[in-house]
Write a protein that binds this ligand. Structure first.
Ligand code: C5P
Length: 247
């Protein structure tokens, strides 16, 4: 049963909590200017997608299933070794990231104590330490990794002129994973998409449903590989994390 924010009991029992993950990987990554989607670019002999999946697969909390949403005509997927992992389930993504995530959530059996990590395929530098911080949250508002804004933040008008300077003390930059009770997130995303709202992360759907997800300060190296220069940066960060376990 879906609980509304007014009715929820804030705490959940983490000892019985079941964990799953949804990894949206159906994007084309046009801002990378490469001939293949960015999640299939290689760093240290492994694709970005494999690095991202590997962090989830090796976490000691034992995520039961990782639902990977890929584009309908994905011709690169079959080259990946880690797909032999029985915990990975491949499904078809959607037109937008939010559609891909919702398709993934629809493959999770309904349950009150299943929590989902939603993690971008394009964030290969995630650490178990940051996942642990999310796992410490047991309030059904859920939580996301984020970093406080460092630069001064300007709001622009339509002519790229500064309209206003924001108070950066209250500005955070959202990352993934984002961690929520799976049923609540599915309901929130479904409702937001039915209303035609543009949803770029899971937390915004939960906010629209009346929840107040927690901001958990994450590492700044958990970058989303987006532009060509990000590839070298991700390679550097991964080389600094060379103690990472691999499957
Ligand atoms: O484009 P952006 O960098 O915001 O994409 C974030 C993540 O969402 C990527 O891992 C991308 O593959 C995924 N995505 C998706 N389905 C789409 C668009 C993006 O799964 N239709």
């Amino acid at each position: 049963m879906i609980q509304t924010p007014q009715k929820f009991t804030a705490l959940t029992d983490t000892s019985t909590r079941r964990l799953v993950a949804v990894v949206p990987a159906a994007g084309i990554g046009s801002r990378m200017q490469t001939d293949k989607p960015k999640q299939y670019l290689t760093i240290q002999g492994k694709t970005i997608l494999e690095h991202s999946l590997n962090v989830l697969l090796t976490h000691p909390a034992n995520i039961e299933q990782i639902i990977l949403a890929v584009a309908p005509q994905d011709s690169y997927l079959s080259e990946l070794n880690c797909l032999k992992q029985p915990r990975i389930r491949i499904i078809q993504g959607g037109e937008t990231r939010a559609d891909s995530v919702l398709n993934g959530l629809n493959h999770i059996p309904s349950s009150d104590n299943t929590w989902v990590f939603v993690h971008d395929a394009a964030r290969p530098c995630l650490t178990h330490g940051d996942m642990d911080k999310l796992l410490a949250v047991n309030d059904i508002n859920g939580a996301i990794l984020a970093t406080p804004a460092i630069d001064t933040i300007k709001r622009a008008n339509n002519h790229k002129q500064i309209q206003q300077t924001e108070d950066r003390n209250h500005i955070w930059l959202a990352q993934t994973p984002q961690f929520f009770p799976a049923d609540l997130l599915r309901h929130a995303l479904q409702t937001a998409l039915q209303q035609g709202l543009a949803i770029t992360d899971e937390a915004s759907a939960m906010e629209l449903a009346g929840f107040q997800p927690h901001l958990v300060q994450g590492r700044t190296d958990n970058i989303k590989v987006t532009r060509p220069e990000d590839l070298a940066l991700a390679a550097f960060y991964l080389s600094q994390q060379n103690t990472k376990e691999t499957l």
